[in-house]
Ligand binder design. Structure first.
Ligand code: C2O
Ligand code: CU
Length: 461
């Protein structure tokens, strides 16, 4: 998980001599990189050295791909449940999007599925199950997906920090009995009691004094918005895998909704031996979840000034001079603003009938997947949606297959998103270019909200 730039460059040089250095990955004669990802149950000393927690994991700790390099990922399901993999934020062909029931059938235990795509965008993404996500994600079925820029960047060290929030019992195991707790589903979603980085409690990351580091921050929690406090000032250089047009200084703490990512640049002070705690703020208190440990001084790659922007990705934005479709998406329901009725599976049901079916939320009066898409547009259309959060809870609105711009004032100017955090009562307008044909999911990434109604889809033909 911790790869320094120097280390990385050394590896690349060595790789010329020993081409099979990259584990579980090989290049076929066609130049397609082949990777196998096995989903299986494993124990991990996540909390301390004596408690092994049983998790569901992939056989690799991280996926590191190259922009423009075709890849074939053979997914092997060794779990006791059907599963799938979704490449969150990557603009892939619809058939590779991994959404069971919409883009593919679930991969049964003992079976395999080959995902094929070529990452178009460099950046910080992640891969996770998209089947019984409320359970499988809570059990650990995710990994960082890093697409490296084709050109070298100016950071000496790179750290991936994938945050998660677990609900752990006193015996150190994941609490599975509360997975379908309707109180969680109708309130904030499943909040845990242990926050980890890279599936480790309070890890320490060693960095060299004077280094400029890039941190790739990912929130893999089922539902917790994590307000991350970095130990040093610095800059945000990308949001949800897409470079910012201008780097933005980090102002105080960063609100990271489930599924959101930030790429940050920090300059390590010239203080060998220093230990810099990092953590999150919850109800005004600081909770440490890790630390940067400053080692000896290393050679510098660049002079210190404001970092440059990352090279832009080949993504087309919504038209500025025309809008092909305008609509609003009203988020309703949940505790305190209970639904009085909604359509569920084509039937109009009362609030009580909805609750009996574990439904508590709706988009425009429809709970959960409708037969018909929320909108259907032809490829190349610019779509403008007004998102209205009429609930008393925060939501993380995620569009599959597309990035979009928003009017939300809570992000650095020019941010592109695949996931947008919306506070209770907030409204935001989003604009996107619907340029990827297929059936795409649109849901809240607080997974329990998604299960309990906040899920729809749109079609691009
Ligand atoms: Cu992170 Cu529907 O996905
Ligand atoms: Cu939500």
């Amino acid at each position: 998980m911790h790869l320094t730039r120097r280390h990385f460059l050394a590896l690349t040089a060595a790789a010329a001599l020993t081409p099979r250095l990259v584990i579980a990955s090989q290049h076929s004669s066609s130049g397609i990189r082949k990777i196998q990802l096995v989903a299986r149950e494993e124990s991990r000393y996540m909390l301390d050295d004596s408690t092994a927690t049983t998790l569901w994991q992939y056989s690799e700790p991280e996926l590191r791909l190259r922009q423009g390099e075709p890849v074939e990922i053979e997914f092997v399901n060794e779990l006791s449940q059907p599963s799938s993999i979704h490449w969150h934020g990557l603009r892939v062909d619809n058939a590779m999007d991994g959404v069971t029931g919409l883009t593919q059938d679930a991969v049964q235990p003992g079976e395999t599925f080959v995902y094929k795509f070529t990452p178009q965008d460099a950046g910080t993404f992640w891969a996770h199950t998209h089947h019984r996500t409320f359970e499988q994600l809570a059990r650990g079925l995710y990994l960082p997906l890093i697409v490296e820029e084709a050109t070298d960047t100016e950071y000496e060290t790179e750290l991936v920090m994938m945050l998660d929030d677990w609900r752990i019992q006193s015996d150190g195991q994941i609490d599975l009995s509360s997975l379908e707790d309707m109180h969680d589903w109708s309130h904030s979603g499943r909040l845990g009691n242990v926050v980890t980085i890279n599936k480790q409690l309070d890890p320490s990351f060693t960095v060299s004094a004077g280094d400029r580091i890039r941190i790739r921050l990912i929130n893999a929690a089922n539902a917790r918005v994590i307000t991350v406090k970095m130990p040093l000032p610095g800059w945000i250089i990308a949001k949800d895998g897409q470079p910012l047009p201008m780097v933005a200084p980090i102002v105080d703490a960063l609100n990271l909704a489930p599924a959101e990512r930030y790429d940050l640049v920090l300059d390590v002070p010239d203080e060998p031996g220093a230990k810099l705690p990092l953590g999150f703020i919850y109800r005004g208190e600081f909770y440490q979840i890790g630390a940067l440990t400053v080692g000896e001084r290393g050679p510098r790659l660049a002079e210190r000034s404001e970092p440059s922007t990352l090279p832009a990705n080949p993504i087309s934005l919504a038209a500025t001079d025309k809008t092909d479709l305008k609509l609003s998406l009203n988020m309703e329901g949940g505790a305190m603003r209970w639904l009085s009725e909604a359509i569920y599976k084509g039937e109009r049901l009362s609030g009580r009938e909805l609750m009996q079916r574990q439904q508590a939320w709706a988009f425009n009066g429809i709970a959960n997947m409708a037969e018909e898409p929320m909108f259907d547009v032809s490829r190349g259309s610019t779509v403008e949606l007004e998102l209205i959060n009429s609930t008393g809870w925060a939501h993380a609105m995620h569009f599959h297959g597309h990035h979009f711009q928003s009017t939300s004032a809570n992000y650095p100017p020019g941010s592109l998103h695949d996931t947008l955090l919306m506070a209770p009562g907030e409204r935001a307008t989003v604009r996107m270019l619907a340029d990827n044909p297929g059936k795409w999911l649109l849901h809240c990434h607080m997974i329990e909200h998604q299960m309990a109604g906040m899920k729809t889809w749109f079609n691009v033909s």
